[in-house]
Ligand binder design. Structure first.
Ligand SMILES: Nc1nc2c(ncn2[C@@H]2O[C@H](COP(=O)(O)OP(=O)(O)O)[C@@H](O)[C@H]2O)c(=O)[nH]1
Ligand SMILES: [Mg+2]
Length: 366
């Protein structure tokens, strides 16, 4: 029996080499994703390393004389490398090619990866998370689905940066983000909570004068809550309004929704908000946005340096996994999340545990 290692650009290419060299009966012992050594390796795509056994069994040798102690220990093949999980690399591999002890763990892992992907997590991130999760499951619990889910849960939680218990610690917050994500509704919810429940002096400002309905919407909320509302028509109106509202503990600034494609409008908004360094920007994103679009929107708003994220419409989607894609990329705290149209009830401080549980949505069959 020979044990050999093969490195190729893809798994099918590596398996083809194995078959050619070790014969059709060869058994795959280990599959890993590897990089070329040294700094240069980080700039090259990862390759697949397959360790396989095959060929003729070792011939039995008849001892003709009393062997020396050294010769009595045949050198034998090198043991396979310590297990490094390669869920992505093995995804196309028929389970029968895997050693018996790895079949169930890999089957469970693949199930988890496809569940995460269905819920909006990018494939590469899903594979990485599951690989890291597997690496932390004790050897004797590898076939236990619940152990993998628990480990995966911990890996997912690690993506969230620690956030302050009070998301709106500061005085002036501008709510930025695309049209229709729920900025104005969320401001109404928060204005009600901070003024009625937390007894803060709250003022509302709006820069969204592009649609008459937008100002009217906010005016109605401000009237019901008996809060001051300032409508800002030019960037110069902002410092003056902030000065007039100098007594307020919390100022919530609504902005005109911008299509993320409208670069010029974003630049305008940046100039507007850039006048007052005291303003912290909350990037409002809808959890219903397609994962790719969500990352695109997130990127487009980066020039405005948001300090936290706020996700709306969690009630309308099962693809909350796309939130993890942003967490892996941005390490930005999530302050509030909203889960319905009711003002002020449908808003809560984001809980990474709850978000992760929404992505996992129940354990797979153990
Ligand atoms: N289902 C659901 N709808 C929401 C939520 N937040 C806002 N909306 C709705 O989304 C629509 C657009 O909200 P709006 O606040 O005007 O968005 P804006 O353009 O970003 O200011 C309205 O119909 C809201 O009632 C939410 O958490 N869940
Ligand atoms: Mg609005």
């Amino acid at each position: 029996m020979r044990i050999r290692r093969y490195v190729a650009a893809s798994l099918p290419a590596a398996v083809a080499q194995v078959k050619k060299d070790l014969g059709p009966e060869a058994v795959i012992l280990e599959v890993r994703r590897v990089r070329a050594p040294g700094l240069i390796g980080w700039f090259r795509p990862r390759r697949v390393e397959v360790t396989a056994a095959g060929g003729e069994p070792y011939p039995r040798t008849e001892a003709t004389s009393c062997p020396s102690p050294k010769a009595s220990t045949p050198a034998g093949p090198a043991p396979p490398p310590a297990a490094t999980w390669a869920v992505g690399a093995t995804a196309l591999l028929p389970t029968e090619l895997l050693p018996e002890r790895l079949r169930r763990p890999y089957a469970l892992a693949r199930e988890q990866v496809s569940k995460l992907v269905q819920r909006g997590v990018r494939l590469e991130l899903a594979q990485e998370l599951v690989e890291r999760a597997l690496a932390n499951v004790p050897e004797d619990r590898l076939a236990d689905g619940a152990a993998l889910t628990e480990s995966l849960r911990r890996e997912m939680l690690r993506l969230f940066p620690s956030s302050p218990p009070e998301p709106l610690s500061g005085r002036v917050f501008a709510f930025i983000g695309p049209t229709g994500v729920g900025k104005t509704t969320t401001i109404a919810k928060l204005a009600a909570i901070y003024s009625l429940q937390k007894e803060k002096r709250v003022a509302i400002l709006t820069q969204d004068t592009y649609r008459i309905a937008a100002v009217e919407q906010l005016k109605r909320y401000a009237e019901i809550l008996r809060l001051p509302l300032e409508v800002l028509f030019t960037p110069d109106d902002l410092p003056a309004a902030l000065e007039r509202q100098g007594q307020a503990d919390l100022i919530l600034l609504d902005t005109a929704g911008r299509s993320p494609k409208q670069g010029m409008h974003l630049a305008e908004l940046r100039t507007f908000l850039g006048r007052c360094p005291e303003i912290q920007n909350v990037l409002v994103l809808s959890a219903t946005t397609k994962p790719d679009d969500l990352e695109h929107v997130f990127e487009r708003f980066q020039p405005l340096h948001p300090s936290q994220l706020l996700f709306t419409k969690l009630d309308e989607t099962t693809s909350v996994g796309s939130i993890l894609n942003l967490m892996a990329r941005a390490k930005m705290p999530v302050g509030y999340v909203t889960n319905g149209q009711n003002v002020p009830d449908d808003v809560e401080v984001a809980s990474p545990e709850r978000l992760v549980d929404m992505v996992l949505g129940g354990t797979p069959d153990a």
